[in-house]
Design a protein around this ligand. Sequence first.
Ligand SMILES: *[C@@H]1O[C@H](CO)[C@@H](O)[C@H](O)[C@H]1NC(C)=O
Ligand SMILES: *[C@@H]1O[C@H](CO)[C@@H](O)[C@H](O)[C@H]1NC(C)=O
Length: 305
Amino acid sequence: MVPSLLLCSLLVLSTASSVADAKANLTKVTWAHAVNDAEFLTRVLASDIQFIEADISLGYLKDDVNKEREIPIMAHPPATESDISLETFLQRILQFNREANDPSKVKGVKLDFKSIGAFERSIDIIRASYDMTAFDTWINADILPGPVDNTATVPVDPTRFFTAARRLGKATLSIGWTTRWGPDFSEGLYTESQVDAMIDAIRANGIDKVGNAITFPVRGGIVANSVTNMIRLFCALKDTNNVTFTIWSSADDAVNVEKLREFIFTTGLDRTYVDVPDDLHKKLHLDENAFINTCKKTLQARCFD
Ligand SMILES: *[C@@H]1O[C@H](CO)[C@@H](O)[C@H](O)[C@H]1NC(C)=O
Ligand SMILES: *[C@@H]1O[C@H](CO)[C@@H](O)[C@H](O)[C@H]1NC(C)=O
């Protein structure tokens, strides 16, 4: 009993000093989704939203009436038409960010690629039309099959994805698993073998050596059941890549709120983006530390368990 009490107070001390470091609270970051048309982009640029998420597919501009030129456009499948190309989308955000007189006004961009073809065709466009070294740029794709028995969505081929991504230098890689979940789901998790497949894909493609920042997009209802396996994922990569998690959720997903809070406070507010509907965000009560009266170990410490 005495030794464990002692250990506990040591941990409390180290938690107190890390709070003094005033790390970023990533759960505060605000998001706009599916910013796939020109007018919506105009509104988002004029707003306080900090991160712009948008989908890229191969398709046609609306004024290309004869469908003669297939290019990367801003569209979510099954749409194959848009009024804005990836090139124009990026040029507009770049111009906005360069003209922003206040660094807090600058927008981050998360580009969600819906197929490997769309991604490969976008590399030269991103390099020519954006400044990834000056402004946060995330490249998102589901590269592996995930929970729960998801066979309906085909993941983006991981080897081709990483080969193309390497041409983008140090962009943040947002890489996830396809998911099947909804209002009636409660069982299901990111399994140990799915997590190992992710670690293997990252290492097999040398991303541990290049050292890109990685954020894992994880679905709230599922990751709430997967804390142990997420710690395993973090611990395997923490020395080579700056690892964060991005929690997302569909509007009617079943979510065990208490378990999701525990996941967030286990990984830490400085490692967890929370991109979920407002009502779920409120229910998470991120202003009250889930572990305030416990001597829960920090994520780093749990890597040595
Ligand atoms: C890791 O990423 C987080 C979130 O993007 C950032 O706040 C932090 O400064 C990064 N750390 C390093 C060592 O680059
Ligand atoms: C972190 O941000 C959340 C909002 O997402 C807020 O409720 C909470 O009080 C903040 N916590 C700290 C320690 O800054």
